[in-house]
Design a protein around this ligand. Structure first.
Ligand SMILES: [Zn+2]
Length: 103
């Protein structure tokens, strides 16, 4: 069993499981009911985790997860204060001159 994904929100892990299963990849979720015991166990032990059962599916699973994962930040585009160029919201520094985004 190989862990491919974990998230504190079980619904996210469930989504990923559905995604992989829909592509014929066998999966397993650990800590499925973990959220009900948060506070009683060390946090790390109750994070829902998604595993693939077979090594041969690993690469494909990771690829699917990558495609499906939303961008970490869905921030709006911003304008570099230094050179005035438009920078995509998921960059924290200007791709042209390297200036850090200032909020
Ligand atoms: Zn710039």
């Amino acid at each position: 069993m190989i862990k491919v994904f974990e998230n504190f929100e079980f619904s996210r892990v469930g989504q990923m499981q559905s995604l992989l299963e829909s592509h014929g990849i066998k999966t397993f979720i650990r800590n499925e009911y973990g959220s009900s015991v948060v506070g009683e166990l060390p946090f790390v032990e109750v994070v829902p985790q998604l595993f693939v059962l077979e090594q041969k599916d690993l690469a494909r699973a990771k690829q699917l997860l990558l495609l499906d994962l939303p961008m970490e930040s869905s921030a709006d585009d911003w304008v570099c204060p230094e050179c005035g160029i438009d920078v995509e919201g998921n960059f924290s520094r200007c791709w042209k001159c390297g200036v850090n985004r200032c909020d």
